[in-house]
Design a protein around this ligand. Sequence first.
Ligand SMILES: [Cu+2]
Length: 235
Amino acid sequence: MKKIVLAILAIGIFGAWQTASAADIVGVITLTGTPPAEKEITPMMDNPDCAAMYNGKAPTTHFYVVGPKGEFADVVVSLKGVTGKSTGASTPPAVMDQKGCLYKPQILAVQTGQKITVKNSDTCVHNVHCTPAVAGNEEHNDVQMAGGADLTYSFPQPEMFLRFKCDVHPWMFAWVSVFDSPYFSVSDKDGKFVIKNVPPGKYTVEANHRKAGAQTQDVEVADKDVTVNFIFAVK
Ligand SMILES: [Cu+2]
């Protein structure tokens, strides 16, 4: 009899676990219209260290990273107003590299308390200067020599598009968004994003791009993946 009760209890717990299971919010982001032409970063050619990596042909800016069918990359997607859920302290570090006198990636998202490892893959010196705008997030300004040890940063407060710049190379910028939860994603070159393991509930999904602005959509997550697509127009 005891065994049967235990079995029923186990089934009950399993059932409860199943109904409380999380789902993913997935989607594709599209840009309509023709974005402004990217500009050649010509000042880079005045810097012999950087110019040497490009055979004299300056790379361009990457304000709008868009595929042939409007697939819109570098859009930061998050769940608005979800706070106090950070697992940043136990999440592996996010990595940002300095390569070809540019930050890669240029758009990054992390959790509060999650480490950001900054590498220097170039053969020249860089200077990592982050300039947060939110109180509690500390400014840092560190020289990083070629072949120098990785630098590590983390931020305790949520902040959208926290700026990293290089004082040696004034065209170098990266934008790190910090969230107080693991529920965010940055759209890839196919415009796709995935916010994983979202607990059931009602949410407002926000898609935010440095140049194209922000949009929101309301969704309800139950036990199946939910699709939310965003269409941005060139302003
Ligand atoms: Cu630099």
